[in-house]
Ligand binder design. Structure first.
Ligand SMILES: [Zn+2]
Length: 367
């Protein structure tokens, strides 16, 4: 009881956590702070971990102890007391997120105790800093999800949170490619939305025997909502050139507000075109000169070129096909002139996406 009154509301578990931190290679607070700073986490993630080390995270155990709440069980529904150790190591929500990252070949460890977790993170930070950063960011985003559950807000699917973790921890790389291996591996059979705050543009081209040629594209957000669908007739006859033109033509359709997104994914099913674009942009960074045709991407925070399967590019393909008759540009799925086939396909992809997220097991595959 003496302990309870000595430390201004810190619970026994919090004090034990303090001792755990200190026991890790003489980690007093300043040692922990120095280690934390060297991780170069995103500021909001670093601040969260700093607060964790000061026990200022309002877990349900903490709130009950301070008589600010009457339920000390995990807000994510784990039926055990929610304390720092639970948040950092044991919560089922966190386990699911790490499980998702592991299916994408990220070897993120599971820990059996808070002490083991901290000790291993310290060791890992020497040789595998990225793994530690991903783990620390996962805790932060899992905590945000827990807050959404607790306050009755809409919650993000585990898949999106796992994607956001990777985006957050890799934001020093403005342009990434070959994310096929992990980020979107689960979506080989159908289109998948971008992470929260990002937009994705799918592009395609259509070429008929009669030399009717057209390009098309669709812009959607993380909810799968339509932001823009376009198609236009054009003159090229080489399919690679056509698909390149589909990307170049984006500058005619992109609006200023799109630049406010966290990042842009440009996706197409022609590997050569996506690779060519990636190589061009990478080279342009070296020579500090970018082709005027693609210079609009510099106005985005981050850009990812992503090659995908034809199955994942159906709407863009349909836009290109529809444009063989007439050029068009739609901003709303409820637009009176939007072709029924396009409307139905986008609705179907949206519903499929939501259904898969709900059924989560679709994404469980062995890595
Ligand atoms: Zn939990």
């Amino acid at each position: 009881m003496e302990l309870l009154y000595q430390h201004y509301g810190k619970s026994i578990t919090s004090l034990a956590y303090a001792e755990t931190i200190k026991s890790c290679k003489s980690f007093d607070n300043s040692g922990f702070d120095n280690w934390l700073r060297k991780l170069t986490l995103e500021p909001r993630v670093e601040l969260f971990w700093w607060r964790l080390s000061r026990f200022s995270i309002p877990t349900n155990e903490f709130l009950k102890f301070r008589m600010l709440g009457n339920n000390d069980l995990c807000a994510s529904g784990c039926l055990v007391v929610e304390n720092c150790a639970h948040v950092i190591v044991h919560c089922k929500s966190l386990i699911e997120i790490i499980g998702m990252l592991r299916t994408w070949s990220f070897n993120i460890p599971f820990f059996s105790s808070l002490k083991e977790c901290l000790q291993q993170l310290i060791l890992l930070s020497i040789a595998k800093l990225d793994i530690v950063k991903i783990y620390c960011t996962a805790i932060f985003l899992a905590w945000n999800r827990r807050n959404d559950v607790k306050h009755g807000n809409p919650i993000l699917p585990i898949l999106i949170i796992a994607s956001n973790i990777l985006i957050t921890t890799t934001n020093k790389y403005p342009i990434l490619v070959n994310w096929d291996a992990f980020l979107l591996r689960e979506s080989e059979t159908s289109w998948h939305p971008p992470p929260l705050g990002w937009i994705k543009i799918n592009v395609d081209a259509s070429l008929l025997d009669s030399n009717s040629v057209s390009i098309g594209g669709v812009v959607r957000d993380s909810k799968g909502s339509l932001l823009l669908a376009f198609g236009k007739q054009t003159l090229h006859w080489d399919i690679n050139q056509l698909e390149l033109e589909a990307v170049y033509s984006l500058k005619d359709f992109i609006h200023d507000w799109m630049f406010d997104c966290k990042g842009l994914i440009i996706e197409g099913d022609n590997y050569n075109v996506i690779k060519h674009l990636y190589d061009s942009v990478t080279k342009s960074k070296v020579i500090n000169q970018i082709s005027e045709k693609i210079s609009f991407i510099q106005d985005f925070n981050k850009v990812i070129f992503h090659h995908t399967s034809r199955n994942c590019n159906r709407v863009a393909d349909l836009c290109a096909t529809l444009a063989l008759n007439n050029s068009f540009c739609f901003y709303f799925i409820s637009s009176p002139d939007i072709p029924r086939s396009l409307c139905c396909l986008m609705k179907k992809e949206y519903e499929d996406c939501i259904l898969r997220l709900v059924c989560n097991n679709f994404f469980l595959f062995s890595s």
